[in-house]
Design a protein around this ligand. Sequence first.
Ligand code: MG
Length: 170
Amino acid sequence: MNDNVYRLLNDQINMEFYSAYLYLDFANYFAFEGLDGFANWYRVQAQEEHDHAMLFVQYLENNGKKIELKSIGKPDWAPTDRMEPLKKALEHEMQVTASIDRIYTAAVEAKDYRTMQVLDWFVREQGEEEKNANDMITKMKLYGADSKALYLLNNELKERTYSTPSLQLL
Ligand code: MG
């Protein structure tokens, strides 16, 4: 495996674990606010991010590469209001998309077709993540100020359940 591709993939493990940590922080914030549906939604999101990290771990392991875990930073956001985590989530997902794209570019340059195939799944996944983050902002804008509507939205978000990622590595 090309050194640059390897280094970027190894760094991505850290970014995905940081994502899990950030979403767990959002879940904790909403749980404290009494919005258990929002808390559930972000707790499921945190589990998905953990899965993303593990997929990169598995991929490097399958290719005989050494995995170097780095420290995970404190979630970087300030709980000013209920909209803040939602905006931060979108901003964060856009950064993750940029990071996946950077690895893809490196894989193209290295003619690493196997890594490109794995990353194709992540490219699609990021489209979904950005859409979800945008939808959450839209819903909060529409319903957040009305307590009855917020109650219903919170109930809707309670329904989200965790499922394992559709990408299966060896
Ligand atoms: Mg992710």
